[in-house]
Design a protein around this ligand. Structure first.
Ligand code: SAM
Ligand code: SF4
Length: 354
């Protein structure tokens, strides 16, 4: 029997806003769906925050181009390859290269060469995910050809009106949608996601966003709470957003709702939920998530990839990070799945369908 009428958005809203025993019931139902469709294995994706140089100026983001207080960095090729080797030897199975957005040829070529070098170094075993923003279809195709298999581009919000309020001119909702389509056409496993608890965002909108991700037929999702940053334009509205506890509860409930309506996708337990509460990533894994991302960004750079205040994983060494991640997974009652690329079951099903 279904836990709730999956088409009923009013009911979904009441679950999104649930707390206490009701929320526990929702998360338990999602946990059972997760166990039935993707099991209790958690895939590990090493995260390398490759560069904080960004041509964009999103109003919520600490590394936006307009923030002159940021010391800009780009990790050297050797350091990326060293982290990728560590990830491969540690059995992480896959890696995410994330960065501020650049579209110049030097950047495109550097990424192409890095992906190719990581593939060669790992004998083609490392599953490479990119999260490098909006690019031309030809660029996505070049990086795919070099060996990347997954791409994460969050829609941030499915409301075009809210998207416009969160971005300056030249940042377009339609361009974002077009990129998601190009990624799919290029054959990537496509990931998207949203932020929860943004200024001007209603809980009804969060429900719409969750359904939007389902309708977009994405293979994977990385989403989480919005967290303020003092050097951003949205800081001014910090008293007009849901409390930290509300953003935490809504995020976990949104994860659970998503798992219920999209049972076979990959869902990441993201850093932002862990930054709101020490138990955040465990709770997300228990209810819905099946992917976690140990941070392997070189130490000297981590504190400069400061998207929002109180961001975690800034102080950990690689080994600490590995032990910590393993503890989080086991405390959630799950098992780490080492030496696996952790591909999305939804992608396989979609591919067979096509
Ligand atoms: N530049 C690429 C892009 O925008 O897709 C990738 C890097 S960007 C830093 C990755 C994600 O960080 C964004 O999609 C956004 O959802 C998230 N992010 C940025 N600022 C945030 C904030 N203040 N709170 C929570 N998440 C934030
Ligand atoms: Fe740049 Fe991404 Fe931050 Fe926007 S969210 S400012 S594109 S790094």
């Amino acid at each position: 029997m279904e836990f709730f009428d999956l088409k009923d958005k009013k009911e979904a809203l009441s679950w999104l806003l649930s707390t206490g025993e009701e929320a526990r019931k929702l998360r338990q139902a999602a946990h059972e769906v997760k166990m039935a469709h993707v099991g209790n294995k958690v895939y590990l994706r090493a995260l390398i925050e490759y560069s904080n140089v960004c041509r964009k100026n999103c109003y919520y983001c600490g590394i936006r181009s307009g923030n002159s207080a940021v010391r800009r960095y780009t990790v050297g090729k050797d350091e990326v390859l060293r982290a990728a080797r560590f990830a491969h030897q540690a059995g992480f199975g896959s890696l995410v290269l994330q960065s501020g957005e650049r579209q110049d040829e030097a950047f495109i070529r550097d990424i192409e060469e890095l992906v190719d070098a990581m593939m060669q170094q790992s004998g083609g075993e490392l599953g490479i995910t990119l999260s490098l923003g909006e690019q031309k279809p030809e660029t996505y195709a070049r990086w795919k050809k070099a060996g990347a298999i997954r791409y994460l581009l969050r829609i941030e919000t499915s409301s075009p009106g809210l998207y416009t309020r969160l971005h300056p001119a030249g940042h377009s909702f339609q361009a974002r949608l077009d990129c998601l389509k190009s990624l799919r056409d290029a054959g990537y496993q496509v990931g998207s996601g949203i932020m929860i608890g943004l200024p001007f965002q209603s809980p009804e909108q969060v429900v719409e966003d969750v359904y939007f991700l389902k309708e977009m037929d994405v293979d994977m999702v990385g989403m989480g709470p919005y967290i303020e940053h003092p050097q951003t334009p949205l800081w001014e509205y910090r008293d007009r957003i849901p409390s930290k506890q509300e953003r935490y509860d809504w995020s976990l409930n949104a994860w659970a709702l998503l798992r219920l309506i999209a049972p076979d996708i990959n869902i990441a337990s993201t850093t932002a939920i862990g930054s709101l509460s020490p138990k955040g990533r465990e709770e997300a894994l228990y209810a819905a998530a099946n992917v976690i991302m140990p941070n392997l960004t070189p130490f000297s750079c981590r504190k400069e990839y400061f998207l929002y205040e109180h961001k975690i994983c800034i102080e950990e060494s690689h080994e600490d990070s590995r032990e910590n991640i393993e503890r989080i997974i086991r405390e959630a009652g799950c098992e780490p799945e080492y030496f696996s690329q952790g591909n999305s079951r939804h992608f396989h099903a979609r591919f067979q369908g096509e």
